[in-house]
Design a protein around this ligand. Structure first.
Ligand code: UT7
Length: 333
């Protein structure tokens, strides 16, 4: 690749890897745990099962396995990484960052590392940040990981949330893109006024951990599902059109749509607004549930492995989540 001094370098995906914990929790098993039914979960959310991390597995353990696979897929040694960004909502602990734990375990000895918190849109935010480092020429290879062990933060007595989430990790290595390919545009958005709709209230400086916070179950995910649903339906198609327009494209140019996997009804509504036929959308929420920051790399890897993405395809990755945040990336494969 020839670049002139001062010329911006486009970032692309040099490698991808995922890890999903072995244990599967089916809707039938959930019926034994809370007052729910396979019928309700599958028709309202499109979820049939989810994977659950083992008791001894923390988020960094999942992230390391996905990262190792992404490096192998890219054909790179860990020392070649300049930066490690982990997008997560379920970090191992407050500090050190999960990214530092991953950096150490994979042997990325020459890399900086930090976590990025932007709800379920975190993976796209992290792609945007990593891409800018490559674009500016200050990094050559950046590892971007989306990893979650949400099962550890779910109230297993709350049927409104416990049926939705799953654990997984997905990682990409960003590097200088092949001529004519790579990330063309990003759109990042936030509306903090919607913060109370989806949160984990205690354990931070606002409500430090106490006997009371534990007794009141304030260390678990709380969500006003219906409100988040309405927000997601409104923003998903909108931001997809915006990121396409920023890249000089319209919705008819979109070859493949990879949405955050939270609910098939949200995905279908976005697809309808974008007039996208089902063969141009990746849906895997049925098998994994909502894996937050891991859901988009998990879906991208599946689409690539299945040969559904071809060279030259225009792909949009779009997500939304706690914050509230929403974001999209336009990628030419
Ligand atoms: O990654 C971003 C994070 N979150 C999301 O993307 C979630 C977005 N929201 C959603 O996907 C949907 O709002 C849910 C799937 C969470 C809920 O679906 P809904 O159609 O919005 O249902 P609802 O919350 O309005 O609840 C309808 C009924 C209620 O009963 P009543 O009050 O009408 O008698 C709930 O109590 O369904 C009941 N319900 C359940 N029933 C059986 C709620 N959860 C369950 C359940 N099983 N698991």
């Amino acid at each position: 690749m020839l670049t002139l001094p001062g010329e911006l370098i486009k970032a692309g995906i040099a490698g991808i890897g995922v890890y999903v914990p072995e244990r599967v929790l089916t809707n039938a098993q959930l019926e034994e745990m809370v007052d729910t039914s396979h019928e309700w979960i599958s028709t309202r959310c499109g979820i049939h099962q989810r994977h659950i991390a083992a008791p001894e597995q923390a988020t960094s353990d999942l992230a390391v396995l996905a990262a190792d696979r992404a490096l192998e897929n890219a054909g790179l040694a860990p020392e070649e990484l300049d930066l490690v960004i982990v997008a997560t909502n379920t970090q191992d602990m407050f500090f050190p960052s999960t990214a530092c734990l991953v950096q150490d375990r994979i042997g990325a000895r020459k890399a900086g590392a930090f976590d990025l918190a932007a709800g379920c849109a975190g993976f796209i935010y992290a792609l945007a940040v990593g891409s800018q480092f490559i674009r500016a020429g200050s990094s050559r290879y950046v590892l971007v990981v989306g990893a979650e062990s949400l099962s550890k933060f779910v109230n297993w007595e709350d049927r409104k949330t416990c049926v939705l989430f799953g654990d997984a990790a997905g990682a990409v290595v960003l590097g200088p893109a092949r001529e004519g390919s790579g990330f063309t545009s990003f759109k990042l958005r936030a509306d903090g006024s919607g913060g109370p709709l989806l949160r984990l209230p205690a354990g931070g400086s606002r409500l430090p951990a106490s006997r009371e916070t534990v007794e009141n179950k304030l260390h678990y995910i709380q969500m006003k599902g219906r409100e988040v649903f309405k927000f997601a339906v409104r923003v998903m198609a909108e931001i997809t059109e915006e990121v396409l327009a920023a890249g000089g494209l319209g919705k008819n140019d979109l070859d493949f749509f990879i949405p955050h996997q939270a609910n098939t009804r949200i995905i279908n509504s976005a697809a309808r607004r974008l007039e996208l036929p089902p063969e141009r959308i990746l849906v895997n929420v049925d098998r994994y549930g909502n894996t937050s920051t891991a859901s988009i790399p998990l879906a991208l890897e599946e689409a690539l492995r299945g040969g559904r993405i071809k060279e030259g395809d225009n792909i949009v990755l779009a997500g939304f989540g706690a914050g509230l945040t929403w974001a999209a990336a336009l990628l030419k494969w």
